[in-house]
Design a protein around this ligand. Structure first.
Ligand code: MEV
Length: 442
């Protein structure tokens, strides 16, 4: 058992590593060499990364890949993806190529509203609170002018401000509910600054309101924070084609394949256990692009899953139908993203990813990210309703296993060829590798 340490954050990076090494690995020199091995040799670049978070010891690499051939609204994109899971980039690329020759992806941003709330308790007459709110609403907005001026120049700002009575959910609980437009920024800092200003104004104005009793003047602000639930910051991405254009997939007729896809989506709509995995596959695509473009994937994840449960049961984010012989497959997903501010101007690879995406607006990035999610779901369901995922997945996983086993480049080449036409299960890869090492052949 280690003892608590005081002033850890004040130690230098080297001292922190020494402490961790002494305390948790008996001073094993491996700790230091492992952590320093991942430091960037360019000291300025390393300093940049060190300062992203606190108590930085090293860098944690994620592979950055790219999925080409995405035809989106008649323009071609190559989509950068940062993810550790094998098969995801391959699946995205496969789906992109598949739809590129079938009209590509069509997208539409359905809304860009962000939300924030001041949460407070008020014990008194709700009608008086309503009158008070009408009285202070212009003051709340006026007090925010220095914060909103710049955002308004960029086409954003505060779109509405309302009082919400939440007392049927929790005694004495009310909210100031604010709706924002944040242009190309994700907007968290802007929103939270406005909300904290609202809270300050509220606290200042309550004691001055003559109609309030002393008890009513004890209105208590608990917190002010944006909501990551953004059901009106939503984008839709669609692919569609005549069922005949799906002919020949896994030897099935186009109609049979399309029907299986529709059934697979229907199952995810009906069964939460399946919906979670179905949506997890979608998030493989979404998160990878969100991370590559320096956006907050935890915020996106939280908002997306809340949206998936908005009708009372956790359900599929994608939809599918066959109407008049045309198969359509689409996603509607809330995505609060930014292409300015935050990491977007700081992390060199994020800047690069955004330039590969042709420096998109936040709305265009929403479209691209939704497409990546839809493509991923199409690829997953395509495999699941035909050959199953293990065949392709294990093939991609083969290289990971061979790397873990320490296979040489030549051995990898031989084993990849060997598993070309058979399923690469973990145990079969290990035994084949051992046989190759022992006998020099397979
Ligand atoms: C694996 O990361 C994702 C899938 O399980 C998604 C799905 O089942 O739809 C293949």
């Amino acid at each position: 058992m280690s003892t608590p340490i005081q002033g850890f954050s004040k130690l230098s990076k080297e001292e922190k590593i020494d402490w961790v090494s002494q305390t948790f690995t008996q001073g094993d020199p491996e700790t230091k060499s492992l952590l320093t091995q991942y430091w960037h040799e360019d000291k300025e670049l390393q300093k940049l990364h060190d300062e992203f978070i606190e108590n930085t010891l090293s860098n944690f690499y994620l592979p950055l890949g790219i999925a080409p051939n995405f035809l989106i609204n008649n323009s071609l994109y190559a989509i950068p993806m940062a993810i550790e899971e094998s098969s995801v980039v391959a699946a995205a690329s496969k789906a992109a190529k598949f739809w590129e020759s079938r009209g590509g992806f069509k997208t539409e941003v359905l809304g860009t509203e962000k939300i924030g709330q001041v949460h407070f308790f008020f014990q008194g007459d709700p009608e008086k609170l309503k009158s008070f709110f009408t009285h202070i609403k212009p003051i709340l907005l006026a007090d925010c002018v220095s914060l909103t001026a710049n955002m308004e120049k960029r086409g954003g700002g505060i779109s509405s401000l309302s009082l919400r009575d939440k007392t049927s959910d929790l005694a004495h609980y009310f909210q100031i509910h604010a709706v924002f437009q944040t242009a190309d920024a994700m907007g968290a800092n802007f929103i939270n600054s406005c909300l904290e200003q609202f809270a300050t104004t509220l606290k200042r104005e309550v004691p001055l309101y003559a109609d309030f009793t002393e008890e009513e003047k004890s209105l208590e602000v608990v917190m002010s924070i944006l909501s990551n639930y953004v059901p009106n910051c939503v984008v839709k991405a669609t692919v569609s084609c005549p069922v005949e254009d799906l002919e020949g997939i896994d030897g099935a007729s186009g109609r049979v394949f399309a029907q299986k896809m529709v059934q697979a989506v229907a199952i995810a709509k009906a069964a939460p256990h399946r919906a979670v995995t179905h949506n997890k596959g979608i998030m493989n695509g979404i998160d990878a692009v969100v991370i590559a473009t320096g956006n907050d994937f935890r915020a996106v994840e939280a908002g997306v899953h809340a949206y998936a449960a908005k009708d009372g049961q956790y359900s599929s984010l994608t939809h599918a139908e066959i109407v008049d012989g045309v198969f359509s497959f689409w996603i509607e997903v809330p995505l609060a993203l930014g292409t300015v501010g935050g990491l977007t101007n700081l992390h060199p690879l994020v800047k690069w990813s955004l330039s590969v995406l042709q420096k998109p607006s936040a709305e265009r990035l929403m479209e691209i990210v939704a497409v990546a999610g839809l493509a991923q779901n199409f690829a997953a369901l395509h495999s699941l309703v035909t050959s199953g995922i293990q065949k392709g997945h294990m093939k991609m996983h083969l290289l990971n296993i061979l790397n873990q086993l320490g296979a040489t480049a030549k051995e990898k080449e031989q084993l990849v060829a060997y598993f070309k036409d058979q399923t690469a299960t973990h145990s079969l890869v290990v035994s084949s590798f051992e046989a190759l090492r022992k006998n020099g052949r397979l």
